[in-house]
Ligand binder design. Structure first.
Ligand SMILES: Nc1ncnc2c1ncn2[C@@H]1O[C@H](COP(=O)(O)OP(=O)(O)O)[C@@H](O)[C@H]1O
Ligand SMILES: [Mg+2]
Length: 220
């Protein structure tokens, strides 16, 4: 028998920004992000990102499909585990997945949160019952539903979801959804033309990679 404080830890991911572990503690499964494991030069950034994630998860409390915030102490962030597979493994072919994902995004946006990192398949989960889940709110917008920028970013969240749908269930795209895909936001066009190239260069130089966590595809 294990006592309640015994932990069973599985490393899911480690990079410059710290470690992500799956922890089993007293029969409960949770996900832990440990900032102390970040490289010294990335630690301030990692802490800000984790604080942003904590803020976002706090605001999203009660929404099914988003992890529950269990703890954040400035160093370690714990969130509830959602059983399932990342999108690139779960490969959601069922149109119901996208219907529910659209509803999930609408709920996020109604609470004034934009995810901002939905091009990455590993941030989408296909849960055990087939429903969508979202993780990784490190670069989320958490400042409420204000102004044009919020609307622009929220639309980008939507566009990224539709890109995944185009990959896995293309013949289920509605005419309106195809129109959205065909008309990228102005900043997205600008970003593609300039910023993205610069960012990739920096990412390669500093982090030594640009490969989407080594798994899954990024649909820009
Ligand atoms: N609450 C969760 N439930 C289940 N799996 C999770 C959860 N949080 C993260 N994961 C898995 O761990 C991976 C890394 O977590 P994530 O928050 O995306 O870290 P990072 O910011 O380093 O990308 C995710 O892609 C997902 O597969
Ligand atoms: Mg991620």
């Amino acid at each position: 028998m294990h006592d309640a404080t015994t932990e069973n830890v599985t490393l899911l991911k480690a990079d410059e920004l710290g470690r992500i572990e799956r922890v089993e503690r007293g029969g409960q499964l949770l996900i832990r992000r440990d900032i102390a494991a970040a490289r010294w030069w990335a630690r301030a950034f990692a802490r800000r990102a984790a604080a942003r994630e904590a803020r976002a998860l706090g605001r999203l409390e009660g929404i099914d499909g988003v992890p529950r915030l269990l703890a954040w102490n400035g160093r370690v962030l714990e969130r509830s585990y959602m059983a399932g597979e990342p999108m690139q493994v779960g490969r959601p072919l069922d149109p119901a997945y996208y219907r529910e994902a659209l509803r999930l995004l609408a709920r996020l946006h109604r609470r004034g949160i934009v995810h901002n990192d939905l091009a990455k398949e590993p941030n989408w989960l296909v849960r055990e019952d087939g429903s969508p889940g979202l993780v990784d709110f490190q670069i989320a917008w958490t400042r409420g539903r204000r102004g044009n920028l919020f609307r622009l970013l929220a639309r980008e969240d939507l566009r990224h979801l539709l890109k995944h749908k185009r990959t896995y269930a293309p013949d289920r795209l509605s005419a309106r959804q195809r129109a959205i895909l065909a008309a990228p936001a102005p900043h997205s066009r600008l970003w593609r033309a300039t910023g993205k190239r610069l960012y990739k260069l920096i990412a390669r130089r500093i982090f030594g990679y640009w490969d989407n966590e080594g798994q899954g595809r990024i649909r820009r």
